[in-house]
Design a protein around this ligand. Structure first.
Ligand SMILES: C[S@@+](CC[C@H](N)C(=O)[O-])C[C@H]1O[C@@H](n2cnc3c(N)ncnc32)[C@H](O)[C@@H]1O
Length: 197
């Protein structure tokens, strides 16, 4: 998107006005409105959380009784009500750190992971799907029975394979493109409800 278009972007402006760190906050809001992914008092893990737009929404939805942890390789400025760790999701010690922070399994795992895009679509697509498999591996160890998950998917050759892989693990799954997503973007979101464990 050209800078001039970005300035005009409605959700970018709104995010700025409402104090959200990214326009992505509105994607989570929209998906949550339809699917109730995060409830009050929930424990929520946000993988690939920088700059923190989803984490801010998760904190609001989980409320005072909830607990939210965000993970990213990039630095994230402090978010009141959330615990942020600077780490790579492929780091094998991460699951232990997650479970130690929450003290039990979580109610929701939300993943908006994107690689640094190279411009080569098939490389970016397969790297993003690999990130999702790494996130699903963590999810399998930290998500409680009947918990929910959300994965961003760069749509392409391997999307259906990943979708079928997670579909088996949940009572209900749905692929959605939020209205907030830019028309030219090929991202989809996989909403997963009711983890079978
Ligand atoms: C689109 S951004 C997330 C935006 C965020 N949901 C928000 O609303 O502000 C994707 C993030 O995934 C992170 N990421 C990519 N690979 C990662 C990895 N291996 N481990 C942790 N984070 C990763 C990137 O650093 C980037 O910040």
């Amino acid at each position: 998107m050209k800078l001039i278009d970005a300035r005009k972007d409605h959700y970018r402006k709104l995010a700025h006005e409402e104090g959200y760190r990214s326009r992505s906050s509105y994607k989570l809001k929209e998906l949550h409105k339809s699917y109730r992914i995060i409830g009050a008092g929930h424990y929520v893990l946000d993988l690939g959380c920088a700059p923190g737009g989803w984490t801010q929404i998760a904190v609001q939805l989980a409320g005072n009784q909830g607990k939210v942890m965000g993970v990213d390789t990039s630095y994230v400025e402090e978010i009141p009500g959330a615990h942020i760790i600077k780490s790579d999701i492929s780091d094998i010690s991460i699951t232990e750190e997650i479970l130690s922070f929450f003290g039990r399994k979580v109610n929701a795992v939300i993943c908006d992971l994107s690689p640094q895009v190279s411009g080569n679509w098939s490389v970016d697509h397969s790297t993003q799907i690999s990130l999702n498999y790494a996130a699903a591996k963590i999810m399998d160890q930290v998500l409680e029975k009947n918990g929910n998950a959300l994965f961003k998917i760069f749509d392409g050759e391997y999307s259906n394979e990943f979708y079928q892989y997670v579909k088996k693990k949940f009572a209900k799954t749905k692929l959605k493109k939020p209205k907030v997503s830019r028309k030219q973007s090929s991202e989809l979101y996989c909403v997963c409800l009711g983890y079978r464990s």
